[in-house]
Design a protein around this ligand. Sequence first.
Ligand code: MN
Length: 492
Amino acid sequence: MKNKTVYFITGSQDLYGEETLRQVAADGKVIADYLNRASGNPVTFVYKDVVKNSAQIEAVCKAANNDGACVGVIAWMHTFSPAKMWVHGLLALQKPLLHLHTQANEKLPYESIDMDFMNLNQAAHGDREFGFIGSRLRLRRKVAVGYYKDETTLAEVFAWARSAAAFAFSRTLKVARFGDNMRSVAVTEGDKIEAHVKLGWTVDYYGVGDLTAEIGKVTAKETDALYAEYKTLYAINTPDVDAVKEQAKYEIAIKRFLDAGGYKAFTTNFEDLHGLKQLPGLAVQRLMAQGYGFGGEGDWKTAALDAVFMYRSDGLKGATGFMEDYTYDLTAGKELVLGAHMLEVSPAFAATKPAIEVHPLGIGGKDAPARLVFDGVTGDGVAATIVDMGGRFRLIAAEIELVKQPQPMPKLPVARVMWKLKPDFKTGAAAWIYAGGAHHTVVTTQSGTADFIDFAKMCDIELVSINGKTDIRAFENKLLLGDAVWNIRAAR
Ligand code: MN
């Protein structure tokens, strides 16, 4: 992500004279340099010359569009920059925009302030002029406010930069589907052309025979080497070495297949496993931990979202991965969700040393598959899902708290994570269901609600937030209004 760049553009106009404009440029450079040096900065900020007229603004916006490394643009109006000058540039701009509303100075110099100071430090009104044209043009942008050295301002800018890099990743993301969606399931369906337009995803189908051909090419030597690696990382709680090696073969073959085609996400379907002895379990878990997005039962939307938010988390502590709301503890006031899947939970969530176990699946009619079993991590997180509402995508982001499981579950043969809903179980679950949220999610402790909002704005899709303040009646009304708004937008 560090190779991705964000242009830092300072706006002004010719009116001020050379001396002031030199200071404007110097101050802009100081801020861009500060951002680059600050800890937690995920990208590289590129200082651009001060723009003073329409032609310069349009040129720098088009340069951002054509620069493959550039994932976004920050604009700051140190002085007043009449915003009609920005119309053509902003209309041309195809990269995410962050409007940074800051100042070169933190405190007012009460003793020395004079009209020269007033003429130089005008963001308070210059950024309002810029803000108006952004709203007039209906730009879905981010506004970050505060002194640029302030930790909260930096955190907001860096979080947005991560999302911008993730959006650039999303624009080129390819998903391989081994088999189709699970028969008769509704929520895993969706408009792949709309997904390509808005989110950038290319979603390709492959017959599972294409994968079994690749599996057939894996040598015993390669399988043995990977099995040896498993033994160093995990407890092997099974005498069935062959079943584990079968998954090692799948891991090698799937990875090769994905890498050869440039795929960063994939799906499987237990209804379509011709030529495979087991449902890929351990293999999928291991690949998720290596950054490949995954969705079960042909769920390409969740697979893609998983890949995007794993990419966004580059270098951050915590975990992100595919999950399913599986079953509940409904003890009043202490309700918990048990999140898991048939097999495929990323070991990124492991709070205990994962153990490889082999158990029958009871679904799909195949051999007992090997899988990693562990207890999950704790902490604040988000469960996110993307659904096709017909004519548009809706991204739903619900704040959750991952908690320690209250008691051991010695007979449960899958990895599991447990969490609390917000603001409470009844409201959180009802809101999710009213919003049409899927049973498949991407659970993350590495991205927050604001990050999903930023990403949805960049993609120009709907975002629905469920959080500690959600009121169910207001929430239902918001969904109704959202329907009206998005139907109007879709008609454009
Ligand atoms: Mn599922």
